[in-house]
Design a protein around this ligand. Structure first.
Ligand code: BES
Ligand code: ZN
Ligand code: ZN
Length: 504
């Protein structure tokens, strides 16, 4: 989809569909709608008066061959209440426009921003919405109908004088949304088409194209590094593990400058291992690599956006299978950090691979860490599939992440970790055990386990088990992998680069 900025008067824009949005408060017709209403000889005012155009969120009003406009269609989407409207809603409306028009075989659309939505940030949100909505999880369908594509989109509402801001937002939005779609595509891949080795190959190809340094550690190197936790998960599978390391280095790197580390869980299939999962829904465990995929998406975006700080992504990847050599409940493993772990439940494998990923990121010089992982079913119980769970060891860094989540329009919610939870992961035989010995707080004790490996390094943990996958299609997005955390972490990296981290 090609996207440009169109500054022509709205009535002169010759497109297949001109799209804008109406608030519930817009009766009588207001803002750019009044210009369109005037051009169409009062068509909109009549629809509003008749009660057909109410502005209710996601309401669809479609006019064909509107009189007085060069456009062939005018689509007015309901935008809900004005005071509840912001960039997240704008992003969704742009997405809803794409999916509504795509199903009607429209090829070209122009999305008109209203008077309050003409900043660079608004342009970015609209473009993100357009590109994210254009993504479909139909890669393996062989009966795809050709021609159901939006080929050209434009954003309008900006004047010639603000064209630069619109273009800036457009480019940034394009980079970020395409990178989020890159992560979604990986998340949708079945495990037979995305083993740890294949994930490493895809990461390597992306890194080369983007101009990032890449290092793929195979099972031999992983053994040399004594990553006993990662290896213990991998040993139950015939597929060998990989540790994927991507590095972005800015042109001017000050000595001693902070380095952002992004650690992503990439279990390409989680059967549970010997503590095997029930058959129901097990097929979904192909998306247990979405933390790693998100980090790859972030790296792809920042390679283009070039923040001022160094960023290193460390992605431990493995299958979790119950093969003859699989680890067994009760086994004791020694992590790269030297800590001993009693594996009570082989299905709590994410924290094992992350333990070594975190240790390696620290060894590479990361001064600040964020990990993303589809880590626990408990986070789904706590927050459903609306908010990702956030845990942090450093108030200022955690606040920065939450601010980025807000700016990026991704819902994330802070949960506690404190030392009282540590008791629950003490082992009778080793330093720690991989699951809690008491019921409840499963997402917190998982975070507590990770904290054993971060030490003093400021760290934020994102549990995306509930938000990385969407079961149903939404008006603005396809079902399947969501690419959650990509936008938040790109925002964080950009700010971390320009303002530096807010260290205590
Ligand atoms: N990959 C799962 C967590 C998960 C659950 C992701 C649902 C997406 C949706 C993780 O490896 C796991 O199995 N966790 C266990 C931990 C338990 C054994 C302590 C869980 O949450 O049940
Ligand atoms: Zn598991
Ligand atoms: Zn898992």
């Amino acid at each position: 989809m090609e996207i440009t900025v169109d500054t022509r008067p709205l009535a002169k824009i010759d497109t297949d569909a001109l799209v804008t949005y109406a608030f519930e408060q817009d009766n009588p017709i207001d803002g750019p709608l009044s210009a369109l209403d005037g051009a169409t000889g009062g068509a909109l005012a009549k629809l509003a008066a008749s009660g057909e155009l109410t502005g209710k969120m996601l309401e669809i009003t479609l006019l064909h061959y509107p009189q007085g406009l060069a456009a062939q269609r005018l689509l007015i989407l309901g935008a809900g209440q004005k005071e509840k409207f912001g960039t997240p809603e704008l992003r969704r409306l742009a997405g809803a426009a794409v999916r509504t028009l795509k199903s009607r075989k429209v090829k070209r659309l122009t999305f008109v921003a209203r008077e309050n939505d003409r900043s660079a940030a608004a342009a970015q949100a609209i473009v993100e919405g357009l590109i994210l909505a254009d993504f479909d999880s139909d890669k393996y369908k062989t009966d795809k109908k050709p021609g159901n594509e939006i080929t050209t989109a434009a954003i309008a509402g900006w004047e010639d004088s603000s064209r630069a801001a619109a273009n800036h937002g457009l480019e940034r939005g394009r980079t970020i949304a395409e990178s989020q779609n890159f992560a979604r595509d990986l998340g949708n891949e079945p495990s037979n088409r995305l083993t740890p080795r294949m994930l490493a190959t895809r990461a390597e190809a992306m890194a080369r194209e983007a101009g990032l340094a890449v290092d793929i550690l195979d099972e031999k190197k992983i053994e040399e590094l004594k990553m006993g936790a990662l290896l213990s998960v991998a040993q139950g599978s015939v597929e060998p593990p990989r540790l994927i390391v991507l590095t972005y280095t800015p042109e001017k790197l000050k000595p001693g400058a902070p380095v952002l580390g992004l650690v992503g869980k990439a279990i390409t299939f989680d059967s549970g291992g010997i503590s095997i999962k029930p058959a129901n829904d097990m097929e979904k465990m192909k998306y247990d690599m979405c933390g790693g995929a998100a980090m790859l998406g972030v790296m792809r975006a920042i390679a283009q956006l070039r923040p001022a700080c160094k960023v290193i992504a460390v992605i431990p990847s493995s299958e979790n299978m119950p093969g003859g050599r699989a680890q067994k409940p009760g086994d004791v493993q020694i992590a790269m950090s030297g800590k001993s772990i009693e594996v009570i439940n082989t299905d709590a494998e994410g924290r094992l691979v992350l333990a070594d990923g975190i240790a390696y990121a620290k060894q590479l010089g990361c001064t600040h860490l964020v990990d993303a992982a589809t880590l626990t079913g408990a986070i789904v119980v706590a927050l459903g599939n609306i908010n990702a769970g956030v845990f942090g060891s450093d108030q200022a860094f955690t606040d920065q992440l939450l601010a980025s989540a807000k700016a990026a329009g991704e819902k994330m919610w802070l949960l506690p970790i404190d030392d009282d939870y540590r008791e629950m992961i003490k082992s009778g035989i080793a330093d720690i055990q991989n699951v809690s010995s008491v019921k409840g707080g499963g997402a917190i004790t998982a975070a507590m386990f990770l904290k054993e490996f971060t030490g003093d390094t400021p760290w934020v943990h994102l549990d995306i088990a509930g938000t990385a996958w969407q079961d149903d299609v939404k008006p603005w997005s396809a079902k399947g992998a969501t690419g959650v955390a990509v936008r938040t972490l790109v925002d964080l990296a950009m700010k971390f680069g320009s303002n530096g981290p807010s260290v205590k």
